[in-house]
Design a protein around this ligand. Structure first.
Ligand code: ACM
Length: 684
């Protein structure tokens, strides 16, 4: 994952007995040497055999890199490569250094561990990306993420061939880069939680080494509360210190103040020097019109210049910012709100509110990077995002009924629009897409698990041909890629274990069992954004410590259960014993968890979900044993409850009006129990 463009398995695998010997043809560079060192140490981990490069024997790796790439680290970088593996070793031929990096990541995925010892599968691969921009957005403003955590994500990105890290560096809760010109930005707006200039340079180098661009985002004119706490003279309405949670999402710059543009020009100049990428993201999303229109000075300014409304005023602001960035030699990028009024077509637009904005932006000639449909903080299972194509709905080749299915979770508030139509010329303006993780309720210890493996599924959506969309194959490969990523540094499982130990120091096993088959409520239900806010913005956010914070959107154990139920119902009666054992374990887990809850109060939150799991498991057991008539009266009710709980966070609109299950957990074995019960009803 991502699946290559073409892949032909070859018969003979190569035993990996330790060591890598590299034979260079074509160009060689210090960057490629470092890539080979990384490859060798990863190969050693995956194969369990020492694989220091330069030794004798072992894997012979021939690397033929045609030439340096003047487009390296741009949307034009050459990532195409050909790979041949077999008994004689591996041959990797690439058009440029980025192609070598991508080929090495694929080569690692050919390592297998059969009982007879590690092997490299034989294959002929000819591969290149579908989209030039395959991004991952990490919001480091809401929750600051350490350099180490970001480096780890860059490693995962290299392994899955993602190539843009979009850092959301400034928002209401913090400004995260050291500024020499405006030191109050780190002193007031990001105290103790910002990247020094030296750290930024090192991070950019770390990413470059992996063929990954870093695109910085400094959100303005909205989402700028942190910046404005440091420099309140640029605010449209008064901003005070200490942090006022009600103002955090609302405060905006004053576009009528000429000094604002002087400030931005100096700030962007300094930041443009730190972040070498051609693209510079200035946000532009979710400006609250009344931040401007309730200020008499700004209203008068609008009248004087003939700006009819806030979007017209924002367009004027955008044009001035674009000129500032053009002066820096930067391409401006921003969210889809920028096209509410006409702005220069050179601005790269990032649609996030729906595919209709992809259609609208490309119709106006803007290059586009799509994040609509890829918001990982919606906590949807990987497959929901995987179904959405960046060229939705036109380019993905799905029959109409499946288009509706692909859009279902997004159809309401985040409107992917099955009626939006794109021409081939518009499709060509789509440079790619980004998975996005907003971190209102994601701490650093949750970062790896909230990003992966779902970001790997999206790496495939963005890299592989549109025709690669088999959901069963995705489900089968998702645990494999996650296991591989964890061997190579991903901390998702380790961090979850740690969170469970903190919550249930007297016995995390029953909690782990519950969490292995439950997932968090979806579509921002976990944030409680539409009720009393769950997380008030504060300077020093505490750890997130509820059971649902540990639960993951993709429950592999539940998925395997559902798969086995279907196979059993299709005639695999040998699976019955294994199904029964799992159901008994889930049923009996409830008593064990109750015991733990007597001493570890944090677990109480999960008891209703645990009881429901026990009821579902009992319902499944009764059906398996053919004693459905002996169901406790709760059986059908439990199933209905579990199904209603899914419906309650089926979409953002549902979340607005529907109470969520206690503990905010969903029962992922539900489809398996439904299948068993329906088959039982059919007279099995
Ligand atoms: C956004 O999610 N406001 C870009």
């Amino acid at each position: 994952m991502p699946q290559p463009l073409t892949y032909q398995p070859q018969g003979d695998a190569l035993a990996l007995d330790g060591g890598v010997r590299v034979e260079w043809q074509g160009m060689r560079s210090a960057m490629l040497d470092r890539a080979v060192v990384r490859f060798a140490s990863r190969l050693a981990i995956l194969s369990g055999r020492d694989a220091a490069p330069g030794g004798q024997g072992g894997l012979i790796l021939r690397i033929d890199c045609a030439s340096p790439d003047p487009g390296l680290l741009s949307v034009h970088m050459r990532e195409h490569y050909r790979l041949r593996t077999g008994p004689e070793g591996a041959t990797l031929v690439a058009d440029g250094p980025a192609g070598v990096l991508r080929g090495l990541s694929t080569l690692l995925q050919l390592v297998e561990q059969p009982d007879t010892g590690p092997v490299l599968d034989g294959a002929i691969i000819d591969d290149g990306p579908r989209f030039a921009w395959r991004g991952l957005l990490v919001d480091v403003s809401r929750h600051f993420m350490s350099v180490t955590a970001l480096e780890r994500q860059l490693d995962m990105m290299e392994l899955t061939r993602l190539n843009v890290l979009h850092l959301h560096l400034s928002d209401g809760q913090g400004f995260r880069v050291e500024s020499r010109l405006f030191p109050r930005l780190q002193q007031v707006a990001g105290p103790g939680r910002y990247y020094t200039r030296q750290q930024v340079r090192a991070l950019v180098d770390y990413a470059s080494d992996r063929g990954i661009r870093i695109v910085p985002e400094f959100d303005a004119p909205g989402h700028s509360y942190a910046m404005l706490r440091a420099y309140p003279q640029y605010a449209a309405r008064p901003v005070t210190t200490p942090m006022d949670p009600k103002r955090v999402v609302r405060a905006a710059l004053d576009p009528s103040n000429p000094q604002v543009y002087v400030f931005l020009a100096q700030l962007y100049h300094e930041m443009a020097g730190l972040f070498p990428d051609a693209c510079f993201h200035v946000g532009g999303d979710e400006v609250r019109p009344d931040e401007w229109t309730t200020n008499p000075k700004i209203s008068a300014f609008m009248k004087q210049h003939g700006y009819a409304d806030a979007p017209a005023l924002q367009a004027a602001f955008t044009q001035r910012v674009q000129a500032i960035l053009a002066h820096e030699g930067k391409t401006m990028m921003g969210w889809d709100e920028l096209i509410q009024a006409p702005v220069p077509a050179s601005i790269v637009i990032e649609p996030w509110r729906g595919s209709r904005y992809t259609a609208q932006a490309t119709a106006a000639g803007h290059p586009v990077v799509v994040s609509a449909g890829y918001y990982l903080d919606l906590l949807l299972p990987a497959v929901e995002h995987y179904r959405v194509d960046p060229l939705d709905p036109q380019g993905n080749g799905l029959p109409p009924e499946q288009v509706a299915q692909a859009h279902a979770p997004f159809l309401e508030a985040f409107a992917l629009d099955p009626t939006a139509r794109m021409t081939p010329a518009q499709d060509r303006l789509v440079m790619g897409a980004e998975a996005a993780l907003w971190t209102e309720i994601v701490t650093e210890e949750m970062l790896d698990g909230r990003l992966w493996p779902r970001a790997a599924a999206l790496a495939e959506r963005f890299w592989s041909p549109a025709s690669v969309r088999d959901e069963n194959s995705l489900a089968a490969r998702l645990p494999m890629i996650q296991s591989e990523l964890e061997k190579l540094g991903n901390r998702a499982t380790a961090d979850r274990q740690h969170m469970m130990e903190r919550l249930a120091p007297h016995g995390k096993a029953p909690l782990a069992t519950l969490l292995s088959v439950t997932s968090p409520v979806r579509n921002y239900a976990l944030n409680h954004v539409f009720g009393p806010g769950r997380v008030t913005p504060t300077e020093n956010p505490p750890p997130l410590d509820r059971v649902a914070d540990i639960a993951t959107p993709d429950s592999f154990v539940a998925a395997a259960f559902v798969r086995d139920v279907r196979a059993y119902l299709a005639g695999r009666h040998d699976l019955a014993a294994g199904l029964r054992a799992r159901l008994e374990d889930w049923r009996d887990n409830d008593a064990r968890l109750r015991q733990v809850a007597q001493v570890d109060a944090g677990v109480n939150d999960a008891l209703p979900a645990s009881a429901l799991l026990a009821q579902l498991a009992q319902a499944g057991l009764d059906t398996l044993d053919g004693t459905r008539t002996a169901w406790p009266a709760g059986g059908p009710a439990a199933l209905a409850t579990a199904q209603n709980q899914f419906a309650a966070s089926r979409s953002i609109l549902a979340v607005r009006s529907t109470p969520q299950p206690a503990g905010d957990l969903l029962q992922d074995i539900t489809p398996g129990i439904v299948a068993l019960v329906q088959a039982g009803r059919g007279g099995r």
